[in-house]
Structures are given as C-alpha cells and as structure tokens.
Design a protein around this ligand. Structure first.
Ligand code: C2E
Ligand code: CA
Ligand code: CA
Length: 632
C-alpha cells in the first residue's frame, strides 16, 4: 500500500511544477496543449485524491469507496482525453465517428467498470476497467501507426514511448493492485508530451504575434495529408508587402514599428478569424477552412481595397506596395514543397511587375522545381560520383599544335548534363562549390601525373577557380597539398579567375593571387571583355594569360549592321592589343569557324580555344585527340 502512496505523492508534485510553468507561459493560447494539460490535470487530481485518502484524520472505512472510485474515474477521463488529443493532433479534421467509436466506447466501458467495481474493490470489474485502459492505449498506438506520415519522427517516437510505457504500467498495476504506479507513469509521460508540444514562442512569430512559418509548414503538411485521404480542397490568400529594407530604414525604427502594428491590426480585422501565418518578412498567408473559396475571395478583395488606400501615422500617410494571390489546393500545388515554390514565385512576380493581383495559374512552377532538383543534385554531386572533368584542348597558333587545355566540369544527370553555368551558380549559392572545386583540383592533379602530359606536349592545365575559392584563406595550402600529393609542379596548373564586381572581396583575392603566384602557380584572367574587369587591376595583378571571352570574340561575326560589326571589331582589336602591351599572352575563346580563326591570327592572338579545333571531352578522348594532333 505504502509504495503506491509515494507514487501518488510524486505525481502530485509534478502537478505543482506544471501548474507553475503553465501559468508562467500562458500556454492556454494553444488549444491542443489544453487537452493534454486537462488530461494531466485529471490524472494528478486522481493522485491528489489518493493522497488525501491516506492522510489522517479521514475515517478510512467510510471513505474508501468514493475516494478510490473517483480517482480511478479521473484516471479514465485523462486517458480518454489523451487519446482524443492524439486524434486531433494527428489527423486534421478526422470527423466525428472515429473518436466516438474508438475513444468514446472504451471510455464509457471503462467508466462503467470503475463504478461497478465500487461494490467490490478487488473484483473482476476492476480488472475489466484496466483492460479498457489498455484498449484505449492501443487505439492511440493505432492512430500513431495509421497517421505515421503525418508527424515528425521525433514526435512519433516520443508518443510511442508514452503509449508503450503506459500499457506496461497499467498491466503492472492490474496484476499488483497495491502498486499504484499507473497514475505516476501517466503523469510523467503526459508531462513529457506536454513539454514536447510546441511552445508558443515557436508557434507564434515574435515580431508580429501572428502564426509562424514552422507552424504553417506543419499545418500545410496536415492539410495535404487530409486532402490525399479524403479529397476536397483548401484555399489560401497570400499577401506580400514589398517594402524594402532601405524603405524601412528611412522610416526609422519607431515609425516602422507603428506602421507594422497598424498593418497587422488591419489584416487581422480583415481576416475576421481566419488564421494568418507570417511565412517571412512582409509575406502573410490567410488559410481558410477546407474549401471556403468564397471566404478566400472576400479576404483577397478586402485586402486589395485596404492596401489601395494609405496607411496613416502621425507624420506620414503612405501607400504600401503590395501583391495578393489566391491559391487553391491541391489544383495549383500538389504538395507542400510546390506550395512553397508557388508562394515564392508569386511574391517575386508581384514585386517585379507591381501587380496587386498575381494569377497563380499563370506562374510556371517547373523552373523553380528544376532549380530545386539541381540544388539537391549539386549538394550530393561529389559523393554521388556524377561529376566528371572534361578537357578542352587549347591550340597554339605559333606552334601549330595543342599546348594546354582547360578543365571543364560536367554534372551528369541521367544521360544528360546539367549545364555548368547553371550548376556552378547553384553550387556557389549553396556553398558546395568549395567541395566541388576540391574535386576538380584533385582530378586535374591526378590526370597531370597519370598521363605524362609534358611528353604529349601539354604544358599546363587551366583550372577554373570561383571567387568563393579565392576567398578562402587556405586556398594556397590546399592547392599545394594536392600538387604535392601527385608530384605535380605548380607551373603545370594555370588558375583561371574572373574579376569580382564586389570591391569588398578584392583585397583577399589579390593577396591569395600573390601568394599562389609566389608558390609558382600561373594565372589567367577569365572572361575578359564581359563586364567588370577593371583595367587598372589587370595591370596590377600578375596575370600570365588573359582570355578573351567568347562574346567579344564572336561579336564581330554576328552583328546585324556594318556599323555594329565595325564597333565590335574595334573592341576586339583593342582588347587584344592591350593584352599584348601588358605582356600577357592571349587566349581567344569560342572560335568556331575558319573565318574567326583567321581573324585571330591577324590580331596576333597566341592561343585558340574553341569548337573549331576541339570540344571539351572526357579524359581518355582528350589524350587521344592531343596525341593525334601533336603527332602531325
Ligand atoms: P568558362 O570558364 O568561360 O569556360 C569556357 C566555356 O566556353 C565552356 O563552357 C566551353 O565549353 C565553352 N566553349 C569553348 N569553346 C567554345 C566554342 O567554340 N563555342 C562556344 N559556344 N562555347 C565554347 P562550359 O563547359 O559550359 O562551362 C561554362 C562555365 O562554367 C565556364 O565558363 C566556367 O565559368 C564554369 N565552369 C566550368 N567548369 C568549372 C569548374 O571546374 N570550376 C568552376 N569554378 N567553374 C567551372
Ligand atoms: Ca574558364
Ligand atoms: Ca571564359
């Protein structure tokens, strides 16, 4: 008897701690939390009753039955509530009959058995009541199983632990009625659930008090899950306010705050109870109940009305640039990821073209989808083994043979390639460029060592480095490491870099260039003639080679009018001339025709890289092509 009593005391202490945190955090904002909290409260009340029973000065004999029975009944209530919570949490809009049948019936039976057991506290009725508890927990497990896709793994794991723990505790108490461990276990495990529920900090956005992005994602996942199982639709309205950082800064902090508050209070009024999610700065989603397209329309037109007039504050009256977009699910976006894409595109479209109404059907999801696929592939490019280095031979006009080559990366995608311009940009944005370029550096060093290039007449391989590579402090260490590893001399590697447009970076890039050039690496300036190259810097930096970009090489041959052709030719001529005067060698990129080749010869260009002589090709083909050409 006494052991059970201590268990209940512990359970009761949990209540006190909990009540404290509950009121501290104002958790009542969150409806789901309420259910778990009430479940907890009733189990703890049950524990409290049992404690009271053990305290003197009650006359035990008379009070035994009411105390026991009410505390068991409370326990049953709490279990039923907890399972009900699982239903509400897991399956959005589950309907009525399932909870009634699977929770209501076992609960009613449980309750009846508890009452019946009051005639004889150790009767079979009591065992039957425990069996009902176990059934309820099994219903919980079934909910978890059926809706397993509808929740995160951690959360599911936590709930499995709770339910299995509860079944174990219930069975122990059924077999040894004096060990009143069930309520103790329940209070521990329900408390675990309770604390694992999203706290309001997470659920609500701190700046605006609206519902947060995380919650939006979860809600959307639930809704899609529901749509897949039960059909129907969901309508939402997006509101994007396109005020820029600069605009907000000009406004000043105090005014910005006021402006935001007035916007929030206006849109909350317009929403009229429809939940508003803030998915990122200035972007709000109004998510209507199920299929309420009329409500979505009402919200959208009310928003347009409101935002077409000004927002007033003491000193200012201002219009806010905005866009709205009505999105119907699942027609316009079949899943959560597509929806996120659609929202992004709608915001962008609205901002670019200053549209108050963006038509979601007119947006092309496929580019966004493609870019995301590329992003995914790029992240795993190195480990997936889909990368291959191709080599494009470079021809010397003086020696009439191939003397070098440029390493160009290929990303295989099935039997196609993802173009390097696309995936290199993606890799630069998502940070995998460093790993990818490491791969290229290593491959190139390996190739140089393995293929005995000097014998073939290839003096060096040109290697593209991104600005992000040149920004790394240890880039020179890394390059020397790979060169040493394969016994490659730095002069066998020529590093191609492009000018950066951003002045903030040039310092680091410059010092890396100098360091590497002291170590014996040579440098090419890539894409000369495309834009940012600042002439003064080109003269300052130790470039051995300057590569005329294919756009300026091909321009004189592609222009419509004579005048344009002459201008393009002037640009090309003076670029080639300038490179010569600096004392660097010239590579003309993109030479495709005989006519272009002859023009380059006339201009005194040193090297030719272009389809006219060779395309980029796999290592083996490259070696063969060089062998064939250089034997002649
Ligand atoms: P890039 O450095 O300007 O490379 C030269 C590009 O011109 C290559 O495109 C090459 O295939 C193409 N090209 C060569 N000759 C001709 C020609 O006669 N006609 C035409 N139309 N094109 C020609 P690719 O291979 O598609 O590479 C595109 C860009 O991707 C490269 O431009 C470079 O910036 C980047 N890239 C490629 N490989 C790497 C790499 O390993 N690392 C880094 N960081 N960037 C790379
Ligand atoms: Ca290049
Ligand atoms: Ca280039």
């Amino acid at each position: 008897m006494v052991s059970g009593y201590y268990f209940d005391i512990s359970a009761f202490l949990i209540l006190i701690c909990l009540a404290y945190t509950y009121f501290l955090q104002h958790l009542h904002k969150v409806e789901e939390n309420n259910i778990v909290f009430v479940a907890l409260l009733s189990v703890l009340l049950a524990a409290g009753l049992s404690i009271a029973y053990y305290m003197k000065p009650f006359s035990r004999s008379t009070l035994t039955v009411p105390f026991y029975v009410s505390s068991w009944a409370l326990t049953a209530v709490s279990i039923a509530l907890f399972i009900l919570y699982l239903y509400m949490d897991r399956a959005y809009n589950i309907g009525r009959w399932k909870p009634v049948v699977f929770v209501g019936i076992p609960f009613a039976a449980d309750f009846i058995f508890v009452v019946l057991s009051s005639f004889d506290l150790h009767s079979a009725f009591r065992t039957a009541a425990y069996c009902c508890d176990v059934i309820l927990f099994i219903v919980g497990i079934n909910i978890l199983y059926v809706y397993k896709k509808n929740t995160s793994r951690e959360r599911a794991l936590m709930l499995w632990v709770v339910l299995i723990g509860m079944i174990a505790a219930t069975i122990v108490e059924m077999l040894y009625p004096d060990v009143m461990i069930q309520r103790f276990a329940m209070s521990l495990l329900f408390a675990e659930t309770f604390f694992n529920l999203k706290d309001p900090e997470e659920q609500f956005d701190a700046d605006t008090g609206l519902i947060s992005l995380e919650t939006f994602k979860e809600e959307i996942r639930r809704r899609f899950y529901y749509l897949k199982r039960h059909g129907g639709g969901v309508s939402l309205v997006m509101l994007a306010i396109h005020s820029t950082e600069t605009f907000l800064r000009l406004l000043g902090e105090v005014n910005e705050l006021k402006l935001r508050q007035s916007v929030i209070s206006e849109i909350t009024r317009i929403a009229d109870g429809t939940p508003i999610y803030r998915v990122r700065q200035g972007v709000y989603i109004f998510l209507t109940e199920n299929d309420d397209r009329a409500e979505a329309d009402r919200i959208q037109s009310a928003l347009i009305d409101r935002f077409e007039s000004t927002f007033g504050m003491e000193a200012y009256e201002m219009e806010l640039p905005f866009s709205t977009c009505r999105i119907d699910l699942p027609e316009m976006a079949p899943d959560g990821v597509a929806l996120t894409d659609l929202i992004h595109m709608a915001v962008r479209e609205g901002r670019l073209y200053e549209k108050p109404v963006v038509d979601a059907r007119a947006l092309d999801l496929s580019t966004e989808e493609y870019m995301r696929e590329v992003d995914e592939k790029v992240r795993h490019a190195v480990e997936s083994g889909n990368l291959e280095v191709y080599y494009q031979p470079i021809y010397s006009l003086k020696e009439k043979r191939f003397v070098s080559a440029e390493a160009l990366l290929r990303l295989h995608d099935g039997d196609k390639f993802i173009p390097p311009d696309t995936f290199i940009t993606v890799a630069e944005n998502n940070g995998s460029i460093v790993e990818i370029d490491d791969f290229v550096i290593q491959q190139v060093c390996r190739m140089i060592a393995a293929r005995n290039l000097p014998e073939l007449g290839i003096r060096y391989i040109e290697l593209n480095l991104s600005v992000s590579d040149m920004l790394q402090d240890d880039i020179s260490g890394k390059l020397t490491k790979f060169a040493d590893m394969y016994h490659v001399h730095p002069s066998q590697v020529n590093l191609e870099i492009t000018e950066t447009s951003d002045d903030a970076f040039t310092g680091v890039v410059e010092s890396n260039v100098l360091r590497l050039s002291h170590l014996g690496f040579n440098f090419s300036l890539d894409d000369f003639g495309t834009g940012y190259s600042s002439l003064s810097r080109i003269i300052m930096m130790p470039f051995d080679i300057i590569k005329l970009d294919k756009t300026i090489v091909q321009a004189p041959f592609e222009m419509e009018t004579d005048q344009e052709r002459r201008n393009a030719m002037t640009l090309l001529e003076s670029s080639a001339d300038m490179v010569k005067r600096i004392g660097a060698e010239t590579v003309a990129e993109g030479v495709e025709t005989k006519e272009q080749l002859e023009e380059m010869e006339r201009l005194g260009v040193d090297f030719i890289q272009g389809f006219y002589f060779a395309r980029p090709m796999p290592e083996g083909d490259f070696i063969n092509a060089v062998r064939a050409m250089n034997k002649k």
